[in-house]
Design a protein around this ligand. Structure first.
Ligand code: GLA
Length: 381
């Protein structure tokens, strides 16, 4: 992360540097599209994220500079003063969500930069939200707890970006811990740090370089499908609030009452919640083979039932299988981005070489390779 660059740009635009804050992106070992269904997830923060320099400016305006895009925005903090640039709306949204919770934020100057690739399924947007939620809470002594900081980021997505996301990304960004994954119950927000040190394996992401567009309504549509199935189930089972509460028998009961598409979506989610629980049990025993099998199961489900994979990601999944990778799947929201791979050390080099070579030959563009390091969550530097 280039602190010097952020410092230089801040000084260039605003004068003497302020305080520095960082929040990471995330990976997720298993448990995809389960968060907004009240299920479980197993993410970890990574060593890449967003870095911001921030300083109170004595006005009622925010003056922000995106180092990576070389763009500047200036905006007020009232609801009707939303900036036009989408990157600035994340900062504005966080400020608004804090205000809705009674927090008083004063005008500030800020420059920020990230090293988490955009649109790759690594939650660069959650990293940005968490950076500002954490920083403003600290700078203005607002006393907001970490759970609420994560919810502020999520609410920013809902209300200012238009993505009806779950809590996983923001939670992982705020709560991350080096060497650990977080087993999070997305309904109760109870969580447990799970040591993650797969001896004999490496975890690596292969980026299909297909940019996903979460906001492109496909994500929200998946969520609507899940809600439609819950609604149908409630006629017989009023206690079902989320797909977390459902099982395959309940799903079978509503087969004729929901669309074939919604049925498939719910089938995936119910299976995925169970897959995660099974994977967590296996992880406790150090049984990475089973964890890997579950990951392949997730890929299959995301590709065939939830339909959030794409040709490039399916191809990478096939190559992984062929190269003896024990677990591989599309990670994050889908529609592009990365696969996450659990690779036996002795097969690592051959896998990377084959994946890059075959992918490039087929699609005429090189995939990117990111070895995963699990790092800490939001912090002041
Ligand atoms: C995106 C969302 C998360 C989660 C994942 C899929 O990353 O922001 O809330 O739903 O997709 O697991």
């Amino acid at each position: 992360m280039n602190k010097d660059l952020v410092t230089d740009k801040f000084v260039e635009h605003f004068g003497e540097a302020g305080d520095f804050y960082f929040s990471p992106g995330r990976v997720n070992l298993i448990g995809e599209h389960t968060d907004y269904n009240g299920g479980f997830v197993l993410p970890g923060a990574i060593d890449k994220g967003m870095l911001a320099c921030i300083k109170v400016n004595g006005t009622d305006k925010i003056r922000a500079y995106s180092v990576d895009l070389n763009e500047y925005a200036e905006f007020g903090m009232k609801e009707e003063e939303a900036p036009a640039q989408s990157w600035a709306r994340y900062i504005f949204g966080v400020v608004r969500e804090i205000a809705k919770r009674g927090g008083v934020v004063k005008g500030f100057d800020t420059a920020f930069s990230g090293d988490v690739p955009l649109g790759a399924g690594l939650s660069s947007s959650a990293a940005l939200e968490s950076t500002y939620a954490f920083a403003l809470n600290d700078m203005f002594s607002l006393g907001i707890d970490k759970f609420e900081l994560a919810k502020i980021g999520q609410a920013t997505e809902h209300n200012y970006i238009g993505v009806k996301c779950g809590i996983m990304d923001q939670f992982a960004s705020v709560f991350g811990k080096t060497g650990h994954l977080i087993r999070l119950d997305c309904r109760s927000l109870e969580y447990e740090y799970v040591p993650f040190n797969p001896v004999g394996y490496k975890v690596v992401l292969i980026d299909s370089v297909v940019k996903h567009e979460l906001a492109s309504s496909a994500y929200n549509k998946r969520r609507e499908s899940c809600e439609a199935v819950v609604k149908a189930m409630q006629k017989r089972h009023p206690e079902v609030e989320l797909l977390r509460d459902a099982d395959m028998t309940m799903l079978a009961e509503v087969k004729d009452e929901v669309s074939a598409e919604d049925y498939m979506r719910a089938e995936y989610v119910i299976e995925e919640i169970q897959r995660l629980l099974d994977a967590c049990e296996a992880l406790k025993k150090g049984d990475y083979k089973t964890v890997g099998e579950k990951m392949y199961g997730t890929h299959e489900g995301m590709s065939k039932l939830y339909e959030v994979s794409c040709e490039e990601l399916d191809f990478l999944n096939d190559v992984a299988k062929k190269c003896g990778v024990i677990g591989s799947r599309v990670m994050g929201g889908g529609f592009g981005g990365c696969t996450i791979n659990l690779v036996p050390e002795e097969k690592y080099d051959a896998f990377i070489e084959t994946a890059v070579k075959e992918f490039t030959a087929k699609f005429g563009k090189e995939p990117k390779v990111y070895p995963v390091k699990i790092g800490d969550g939001s912090r002041k530097l």
